[in-house]
Design a protein around this ligand. Structure first.
Ligand SMILES: Cc1cc2nc3c(=O)[nH]c(=O)nc-3n(C[C@H](O)[C@H](O)[C@H](O)COP(=O)(O)OP(=O)(O)OC[C@H]3O[C@@H](n4cnc5c(N)ncnc54)[C@H](O)[C@@H]3O)c2cc1C
Length: 823
């Protein structure tokens, strides 16, 4: 074995080998893969080989598309066959919600460029003659299907071997029977990897260890929230009906998915493979894979499979005459949200993960492609937030991960509503006033482990979401919360915000080198700042407040805690001139906003609150009631007069009670996250993570006013200069969507010009309850960014007129948030 390599990939499943292959494609040939036994011996050898293009996530959709395209060209490139059967993929719908899900997906597919068709029952029968479309009595009636003509299934071992060949052609070396037993980071920053065959040092390590992800993570001192779950499929004997159909010249049938009965079915040598996602499948190996497991399988559990077998027999009667050949029950890696972990490991330099794959054969190509890009170029080519390992925080304990992974597994085929909130593993992280909000009717949601009130059910209204792709049961109540905020005064509990404290003589210069805007140099000033990638894309959004000399308070999205912490930590200067503290847990935050907010706060503080004493975009450290050290920031995300109160967490109850007591005469009430979404969309405020990602620069996001090209260097500046010279390729616009009946834009909808070409993509949308308009926020080609431009937006399969309108449909001149105290 070599003693040194640029990159060592640990794990010889399809994902590890694909990563190796893609590193060589990026021109890095000094790369090595270590496999404890033999290639494919983990989960890869027994995978069913399905390659579904379907995925509701914009990121994962792109990853899957890349894989399918790559696998088609690999045989020619490497001379190794991969048995890719391009049969197409048919997903049945038996109810309107399911059809809505497919129609919502079509928007994503359109923006990614994945070919698909929505087809009728008669077209289904033509494509799949052995199907029973159902009578609506004994069997659910099929009302339509989503058809992907371009995907199908592949032989996972052959695929891995083709990638191996390609990697070797690019200079990579693969060592089998080589188990990693220890790791150490050297003072130089390099990694020393110990194996049963000796040691190897390297610049970068990639973990692609499948079911071993947790124990490998422990070796590196990190917690990896990937724990496998049992997954089974049944291999059937030959089917006489299928055989007769094929012998009569029938094409191989498309892979069939009856999502409403939670199974897939594909042909296998004139027989079938049937794979369900059953309830009750247990997580395995939470404490590590036992030494004896090796290339084994678990015992099949027919009881768990039976309901799905019965449903499939009704849909495809030919199954009734088939015997079962075998049941394959293997470990399939899962994460709490079902997406893989692709990207840098939190808190460690040059340690990369490509773990947690439950559709690893499908995702191997795309994940290797983007991870290699990230390692070699320092950043990925597409927005990877949905799969970034740092989307999880320290809260992913073993028990939490087990609970969520089992839940995610049994929900693989349930309808994925945009407002869905799953129950397991909750409540976990709560604001101190959680119980109070609960008593006030909070209908809870969860993000990054935090409980957040999505809306508040008034007395007599059921505290329950009826999830939907359309306006649903909470629509009216969210509207009332919006009006309360705009007309009177409301509170949003945003304790989940990520909060960092940056101190030291070098703090200002250091922060300035990280972000595109000018960091405030005057005490009490606030600036909205974006940290960019080298390519100029938006990596993070920080609200930076100067609290005192050499003391900054840096606030960002709750779900960005690890991503932002990691970014800040890894960029800290080595000279000790800056100290960084993550103080997320020690400060809470209530947003107090609305035209009466000043009157409420005035009763609780002696600090004057008029515009002269406390202007917009400034902050002061004030007392609220008897609480001290409250950072009052005169900013908010809803576009009203108001303050964000960031207080030492121990004062949460006191401040909350005081605000309510003082606010009673002004009609104070609680406002939830869904109302906040409507209010911010009405103000065209961009949200980090959806509207603002690494896919677009601040110029594309039309945030020019937050970029100070004249202030000196910062990360991404050179790329911005180049973009300005070449022309900004997209612009962020606000659109009014006309003719909406009950389905508003929510993000990921394509925008079409008059000729029917896709010219943009909505990243967010909502019904503006106060403006009374359905609003979309979108990136479009610059020639379509003029106010008044008429486009079409596709919402749940229907084209609606979308007109570009001026920014901020509500209070465009910002009069409300600048409102002064009455004389
Ligand atoms: C029954 C079943 C059916 C499936 N069907 C499909 C499907 O149809 N389509 C699909 O896309 N996916 C499917 N999957 C999922 C798919 O099998 C996995 O997502 C994929 O194989 C994961 O590949 P991997 O490379 O990440 O992991 P693995 O294939 O498990 O590879 C990890 C490798 O790391 C090695 N390793 C671990 N520790 C060390 C160490 N210390 N030193 C050196 N090497 C180490 C292991 O030996 C192993 O070879 C299925 C899974 C199951 C269980």
């Amino acid at each position: 074995m070599k003693s040194h390599a640029r990159v060592v990939v640990i794990g010889g499943g399809v994902v590890g080998v694909s990563t190796l292959y893609h590193l060589t494609k990026k021109g890095w040939s000094d790369v090595v893969l270590l496999e404890r036994t033999e290639l494919t011996a983990g989960s890869t050898w027994h995978a069913a080989g399905l390659l579904p293009l379907f995925n509701m996530s914009y990121t994962v959709g792109q990853i899957h598309k890349y894989s399918v395209d790559l696998y088609k060209r690999l045989p020619e490139e490497t001379g190794q066959e991969v048995s890719f059967h391009v049969t197409g993929n048919l997903r049945l719908a038996t109810n309107r919600d399911r059809m809505d899900e497919y129609l919502k997906y079509c928007g994503t597919a359109n923006t990614i460029g994945v070919p698909f068709e929505v087809i009728s029952p008669s077209q289904i029968k033509e494509l799949w003659p052995l199907i029973d479309l159902g009578d609506g009595v004994n069997t659910d009636k099929v009302i339509g299907a989503l058809y992907h003509p371009d995907d199908g299934h592949i032989a996972p071992v052959d695929l891995t071997m083709a990638l191996r060949k390609g990697a070797r052609m690019g200079g990579a070396e693969i060592y089998e029977q080589t188990e990693v037993t220890g790791v150490q980071q050297l003072p130089s920053g390099e990694w020393k990897i110990t194996t049963n065959k000796g040691e190897i040092t390297c610049e970068h390590v990639v973990c692609a260890t499948g079911n071993y992800a947790r124990q490998m993570g422990r070796m590196f001192g990190i917690n990896v929230p990937a724990i496998p779950v049992e997954h089974q499929y049944i291999v059937y004997d030959e089917s006489p009906e299928l055989k007769a159909y094929r012998e009569a010249g029938g094409n191989e049938l498309a892979v069939l998915r009856e999502s409403d009965a939670q199974y897939y079915l594909r042909e296998e040598r004139n027989g079938w493979i049937l794979g369900p996602y059953e309830k009750g499948a247990p997580a395995r190996f939470a404490d590590g894979v036992p030494g004896w497991f090796g290339k084994s399988l678990f015992e099949g559990d027919l009881d768990r499979l039976l309901p799905h077998v019965e449903a499939a027999m009704k849909r495809v009667p030919a199954l009734e005459t088939c015997g079962i050949k075998t049941i394959v029950n293997g470990p399939i890696s899962y994460t709490p949200d079902g997406n893989p972990l692709i990207g840098p490991a939190f808190g460690k330099r040059n340690l990369w993960l490509n773990e947690g794959h439950s559709f690893g054969v499908t995702a191997a190509g795309g994940s290797g492609w983007q991870l290699a890009e990230w390692i070699v170029e320092g950043e990925p080519g597409i927005d990877m937030l949905a799969v970034d390992p740092r989307r999880y925080g320290a809260y992913t304990s073993k028990r939490y991960t087990v609970a969520k992974n089992e839940e995610t597994y049994r929900n693989v085929f349930t309808v994925h509503f945009p407002d869905e909130e799953r129950e397991d593993g909750r409540p976990l992280k709560t604001s101190p006033v959680y119980d109070k909000l609960d008593r006030m009717g909070a209908v809870w949601g969860q993000r990054y482990g935090w409980e957040r009130a999505n809306w508040y059910a008034p007395e007599g209204v059921e505290r329950h979401d009826k999830w939907s792709f359309r306006r649903t049961n909470y629509f009216e109540h969210v509207g009332n919360e919006c009006r309360l905020m705009r007309d009177k005064v409301g509170i949003i509990d945003l304790t989940a915000f990520t909060k960092h404290e940056v101190c030291g003589a070098g703090a200002e210069a250091w922060l300035d080198s990280l972000v595109a805007n000018k960091v405030p140099s005057k005490i009490g000033r606030i600036a909205l700042c974006h940290a960019l990638t080298k390519r100029g894309g938006i990596h993070a959004e920080f609200t930076i407040t100067k609290i005192a000399d050499n003391h900054y308070y840096v606030v960002s999205a709750g779900a960005a805690e690890r991503i932002d912490s990691d970014f800040l930590q890894k960029n800290l200067p080595a000279d000790g001139s800056v100290t960084l503290r993550n103080i997320t847990g020690s400060r809470g935050c209530f947003v107090l906003a609305g035209p009466n907010s000043r009157d409420v706060l005035k009763k609780l503080t002696d600090s004057p609150l008029d515009n002269k004493s406390f202007p917009w975009l400034t902050s002061q450290v004030i007392e609220v009631g008897m609480a001290t050290d409250v950072y009052a920031l005169r900013v908010n995300f809803v576009g009203e007069l108001g303050w964000e109160l960031h207080f030492p967490i121990e004062y949460a109850h006191h401040i909350f009670d005081q605000l309510f007591a003082a606010g009673r005469e002004f009609g104070i009430g609680m406002v939830g996250i869904r109302a906040m979404e409507s209010l911010r969309v009405e103000k065209s405020y961009r949200m980090w993570g959806t509207d603002l990602t690494r896919d677009n620069t601040p110029f594309e996001a039309s945030l020019d006013r937050f970029v100070r090209m004249d202030k000196g260097d910062f990360i991404g500046r050179a790329a911005l200069e180049q973009q300005l010279a070449a022309g900004v390729p997209n612009r962020f616009v606000t659109l009014e969507v006309q003719g909406v009946v009950d389905a508003d834009p929510l993000g990921n909808e394509p925008l079409f010009n008059a000729k029917g070409a896709v010219v943009g993509r909505a990243t967010a949308g909502y019904y503006g309850h106060v403006t009374g308009k359905s609003i979309a926020l979108a990136y479009v080609k610059p020639e379509y960014a003029e106010v008044g431009t008429q486009l079409e937006i596709q919402i749940l399969g229907e084209r609606k007129r979308a007109v570009v309108v001026p920014e901020s449909p509500y209070d465009p001149e910002n009069r409300k948030l600048r409102a002064d105290a009455a004389a």
